[in-house]
Design a protein around this ligand. Structure first.
Ligand code: UD1
Ligand code: CA
Length: 459
């Protein structure tokens, strides 16, 4: 979606969410590994809104770290309602006078870009001062109700301020709105707080518009989940389950095979290619990309990583790393940050790789640690190889050339270089560089004492 000038958004995020029992602001509570406010941020971006202001409470510093440079922030010192929160962004609104501003809650992660654009279309065509985004829901409890007379909206009434007739309305306020910025500025300056909660309600701007004879529209979203929010951890789980199934359904529609949904948690920002099979209990976090025709077996846990086509990830953990086409990883191995694993590499069981490159077709089959290393192509590692990369003060690199053969139980004391085609004998502790095609043996020669065992037993 291309950016359009004149489009701005105000995200209200100063709520404290006591009931979450979190040390963090409520909007940082995560749904499918993604803080609620980041869902909202991304929907705005996808809807083509470039100018964003976030209203934060005094504990909101961490929220700022989730927004790009150029984002505006306003501080709401005291939590006095959604209208009061919006008013704190006066400077931002003034700077965007003459345009339209979207106002959203930072704790409703399922508003979507289509709804935002659809509502904007209605807002522009109708020339309304405010367009409320609404939804028809089975259980309206807790939400503001949309009161209409004939067909036009006359008010939004909060549950606590509503009588029985109003409470029986199933069209609810999602908490997202398009406003003419100038109208919003004007209306906010006249808000009162004469209601059950003694708060300045943003929703009272609707009455103000009606009173002033200005148009109010309601855009009823086909997505009934847009208003869904969470007030406590049970609510978060509910949102998580909705989000989880939506992601899995989208992936299945794109040709991904989900063998069972049990324990499968996949971030909304992950991409997975067709014909990839996902076994139960697979977790994929962040902006991970998994190619086509891969197999991810149970216990696999991938975070912010890129996996090529046709790879097998067998009960292994991969974090901030890349894995080439056709590689086989695991079972029970770990790729820690900044590992770059080439095409066709075989990494077997109980192998840990960290901050290293491993060239194509290299095999590291068992019980090995490769840290801070640059490993060439077609290298064979014997069982139990260890790069000794750390001397207690600093980390050093190990370099291994193409076609090298590292014998079982080799210790590579970094910094050290093993040349192309070089061999190390099993059990060697290699402290000096090994030239191309050389054989390095760094272990004591064996002594055999005939009858020595008999003597030993007698002692
Ligand atoms: C609000 C709406 C309600 C709607 C619902 C949808 C009002 C008066 N009511 O109610 O009609 O159905 O959202 O979820 O607006 N916030 C601040 N500062 C404050 C208060 C709130 O920044 O002083 C932020 C919160 O962080 C949150 C958003 O505003 O992101 C909504 O606040 P919340 O208290 O959850 O409003 P609701 O009672 O849910
Ligand atoms: Ca809410």
């Amino acid at each position: 979606m291309s950016k359009e000038t004149g489009l701005s958004a105000l995200i209200l995020a100063a709520g404290n969410g006591k009931r979450m029992k979190s040390a963090k602001p409520k909007v940082l509570c995560e749904v499918l590994f993604k803080p609620m406010i980041c869902w909202v941020r991304d929907w705005c971006e996808r809807a083509g809104i470039s100018e964003v202001c976030v209203v934060l409470g005094p504990d909101g510093d961490e929220v700022k770290t989730h927004f790009p440079e150029g984002t505006s922030f306003a501080l709401q010192q005291e939590r006095r309602g959604t209208g009061h929160a919006a008013l704190q962004a006066k400077a931002f609104l003034r700077a965007h006078a003459g345009g339209d501003v979207l106002v959203l809650g930072g704790d409703a992660p399922f508003v979507d870009d289509e709804t935002i654009r659809g509502a904007l279309g209605m807002h522009r065509e109708s020339g309304c001062a405010v367009t409320v985004i609404t939804a028809q829901v089975d259980d309206p409890a807790g939400y503001g109700r949309i009161v209409r007379s004939k067909r036009s909206v006359t008010a939004i009434v909060e549950e606590v301020d509503a009588d029985d007739t109003t409470r029986s309305i199933h069209e609810i306020n999602s908490g997202s709105y398009w406003f003419k910025t100038d109208f919003l500025l004007e209306a906010l300056s006249h808000l009162g707080c004469d209601n059950a909660q003694g708060e300045y309600y943003l929703t009272d701007t609707v009455r103000a518009a009606v009173r002033a004879g200005k148009g109010v529209c309601a855009y009823c979203s086909p997505n009934a989940d847009i208003a869904q929010g969470a007030n406590d951890r049970r609510g978060l789980l509910r949102l998580g389950n909705i989000a989880r199934m939506r992601v899995l359904e989208r992936l299945m529609d794109a040709g991904v095979q989900i063998l069972s949904t049990d324990g499968v948690l996949i971030s909304p920002d992950a991409e997975i290619g067709r014909d990839t099979q996902i076994y139960p209990n697979v977790i994929i976090r962040g902006r991970s990309r998994v190619g086509e025709g891969c197999v991810l077996t149970s216990g696999t846990f991938i975070t912010d990583s890129v996996i090529g086509d046709g790879a097998l990830i067998n009960a292994s953990q991969i974090t901030s790393s890349t894995v080439g086409d056709g590689a086989r990883i695991g079972p029970f191995s770990q790729l820690r940050p900044d590992s770059r694993i080439g095409k066709g590499v075989k990494i077997g069981d109980f192998v840990e790789v960290k901050n290293s490159t491993v060239g194509e077709k290299t095999s590291i089959a068992h019980l090995t640690y490769i840290g801070d290393s640059d490993v060439g192509e077609r290298v064979n590692f014997g069982c139990g190889t260890v790069t000794s990369n750390y001397d207690g003060k600093r980390k050093y690199r190990t370099v291994i050339g193409n076609d090298a053969f590292i014998g079982c139980n080799t210790n590579l004391i970094a910094p050290v270089t093993i040349g192309d085609g070089a061999y190390t004998a099993a059990g060697s502790t290699i402290t000096d560089d090994v030239p191309d095609d050389a054989l390095a043996i760094a272990r004591e020669r064996q002594t055999v004492k005939p009858g020595g065992a008999v003597k030993y037993r007698k002692n």
